[in-house]
Design a protein around this ligand. Structure first.
Ligand code: URA
Length: 424
């Protein structure tokens, strides 16, 4: 077989055979296909897409490039959640212990953030002592005892994706529905969960801002889950404005702890409870997540989850040495705060990384003081900008310069959950 034949076939709109796809994924994993040829095929796929058969074979080969975890020894039913990523999306931090407190085992293997969307591991690492790396035995033991794990994916979990994602990231080939769907689902299927709830974001802060594209991505991923025996449901949720008030690692942990304590912003709680209900249903449990959250049992599970991974749930979170203010340029009612602008501002303050190997700041980020629908006067504080490096402030302010829409009339209430997608 020859990589050029695959590239030319896909470039010209022909379908690849199963043998060609398996050869390519195996070659990418083994490092025998040069990066320029792999990247050329990825770009051809961005343009020409993959047929349903090609996508099924592509995803299966990615799963088989590594190990599929066996969680069948657990007594608790397994169910996980994956979000396509957004600004202020700290849902996993509340959801994972909440669903564990409902009786499930939540095996959440996560990644780090890249660009303007934060990564769950980066957020958890704001907690003193907490470590993301667990051995398979530690992972399994914690799932059995606590029911909740948030940890780094191991190197043998869909290793083909590790290579392909790194290439896509630097060759403008991320935004493709079959490539995103196979990337996410190969990792989640290999993780061994029996049930999966997908939170597919749309709006300015999402990977795919267009809701119709989000819907198609959701349908594609639900189909892949079904084909591999993972009960999968998706919710399409709004990421046009930040979720909650905080965007940035320690700021988001603090807000998650508020939600676990029974408070927290209403939008965060609404999305978390909607996803939790889906997970509890898939796990076949008879529990009401709202009641479990109010009872304090989710907070107990959070404390146990953090402590099991070396973290101190009582330790104060780090705080920034500089807190600046972003103020309203005019009086009126806030119609919209653009999610992407807030995400970029948090990133420029130090909360995110530009390259995989960069460090992130635990303390940097944006904390909104006013939201959609609030009446403000010119000069009122809309948000605080947190950083340890004041030289970053001008670029963060610049990112926010057109983020705020102030109107004369009350805006429509936000519809956070646009649709639910199941296997048809
Ligand atoms: N997240 C992933 O894991 N893969 C993608 O391709 C996009 C988002």
């Amino acid at each position: 077989m020859n990589a050029v034949d695959l590239i030319v076939a896909k470039r010209d709109g022909d379908e690849l055979s199963d043998e060609q796809i398996i050869w390519f994924i195996n070659g990418v994993t083994a490092g025998t296909i040069p990066a320029e040829q792999a990247a050329a095929l990825l770009m051809a796929i961005v343009w020409r897409s993959l047929s349903a058969r090609e996508l099924a074979t592509w995803t299966a080969a990615m799963i088989e490039s590594g190990q599929r975890l066996d969680l069948s020894s657990l007594v608790r039913p397994t169910v996980d959640k994956h979000s396509t990523g957004g600004v202020g999306d700290k849902v996993s931090l509340v959801l994972c212990p909440l669903v564990a407190a409902c009786g499930a085992a939540v095996p959440q293997l996560s990644g780090r953030g890249l660009g303007h969307t934060g990564g769950t591991l980066d957020k958890m690492e704001a907690i003193a002592g907490w470590r993301a790396e667990l051995s398979y035995d530690q992972f399994l033991a914690q799932l059995g005892e606590v029911g909740a794990v948030i940890a780094a994916a191991t190197a043998d979990l869909a290793p083909a994706d590790r290579v392909l994602y790194a290439l896509r990231d630097v060759t403008g080939t991320v935004a493709s529905i079959p490539l995103i769907a196979s990337s996410i689902m190969s990792k989640k299927i290999a993780e061994g969960t029996a049930g999966l709830v997908l939170d597919v974001k749309f709006g300015s802060g999402a990977f795919l801002p267009d809701p119709a594209m989000g819907q198609e991505l959701a349908r594609t991923m639900v189909g892949l889950g079904h084909a591999h025996g993972v009960d999968t449901v998706a919710l399409l949720t709004d990421m046009d404005q930040p979720l909650g008030l905080a965007a940035g690692n320690a700021l988001e942990v603090a807000e998650s702890v508020e939600a676990l304590a029974g408070g927290g912003p209403a939008d965060l709680v609404e999305v978390t409870l909607a996803l939790a209900r889906e997970m509890v249903d898939l796990a076949g449990l008879d529990a009401d997540p709202a009641e479990v959250l109010a009872s304090g049992r989710a907070m107990d599970a959070w404390r146990a989850m953090v402590a099991a991974q070396g973290g101190d749930p009582s330790a104060p979170l780090p705080v920034a040495s500089e807190v600046d203010q972003w103020t309203a340029p005019a009086s009126g009612i806030i119609g919209r705060i653009d999610a992407l602008s807030v995400g970029v501002a948090a990133w420029r303050l130090g909360a995110g990384r530009a390259r995989k190997e960069d460090d992130v700041s635990a303390v940097a980020g944006v904390k909104l003081r006013r939201v959609h629908g609030d009446r403000v006067a010119a000069g009122d504080v809309i948000a605080e900008l947190h950083t340890d490096d004041p030289s970053r402030l001008p670029a963060a302010h610049e990112a926010l310069s057109s983020a705020l829409t102030v109107t004369d009339t009350s805006p429509e209430p936000r519809r956070l959950i646009a649709s639910r997608i199941t296997y048809a």
